[in-house]
Design a protein around this ligand. Sequence first.
Ligand SMILES: [Zn+2]
Length: 311
Amino acid sequence: MRVKVLGSAAGGGFPQWNCQCPNCSALRHGKLQARARTQTQVIFSPDSKVWFLLCASPDLRQQVVAARELSPPENNSSPSPIGGVFLPSADVDSVMGLLHLREFQSFFVFSTRGVQCVLQEENRIFRVLERANPPVKWQTLSAKGRLGCHLSEDSSSPADFICTTVPLGGCYPDYVSEETLRAVPREDASVGFVMEQGEKRLFFAPSLPGSSAMWKPAVESASATLIDGTFWSDDELTRTGRSKKTAREIGHLPLSGAGGLLEQFPSQTKGRKILIHINNTNPILDEKSPEHRAVLDAGFEIAYDGMEFDL
Ligand SMILES: [Zn+2]
């Protein structure tokens, strides 16, 4: 399985257009040893021909255009190597890129029923995807299910990879109406994905509220984990003046502190552990900071745009 990170920042990217936090200001003025980052987007391929998107980032158009793997192949009847999109939630960061894919192209959209309902029933703008002929194909994932995925039309052959959905707790985005909230299952709100091909497993969980422990077995059995590195501390947004809410209140377990991700992360893992969805306020972005050093010393890698690896 080939995996590539096209974007590694949280919502807003790094730097964020309207942010004057110490990181964003210093990066703009060339005073920070750090990489600029686009919003979180990962792609993977079981055969290096057909590619699947994990999230559909607000930066998706520029990310797809910049990724040679996703260029339409020459001399081939298939116009795009993108076979489908897996949506972990209905957050703007995870779904806005679907609108970049509206150019009359059919592909699969994999999500829980709750996420599908929010997008299809409540947000009519996503109906632009139905203009393709045939239209985009929505595939419902159970919040705790396994789905065998085939690269060819022949579904009688063994699956090319298996997607296991892991409920992570968490809430639907603020924009979802009360009426829709009453109609959709709570556990459908935010899920992680284990993509399994043979012995290899990729676990993707860019938003980890920490209210459920179901992510831990997925981490323990993964060959590589791409996991929520949004905030270093619980009060990061209040200290930088970006919000009155804590990291936990907006659905992200912070990296540091009591009960933080570094403390809770299972010690028995053998696979690579990679932080992704890093907010522009996070001090780990500064490559000279003690926080950056601390996550490396704890055995984590920090995802960056263009990072790629094979499993
Ligand atoms: Zn900032």
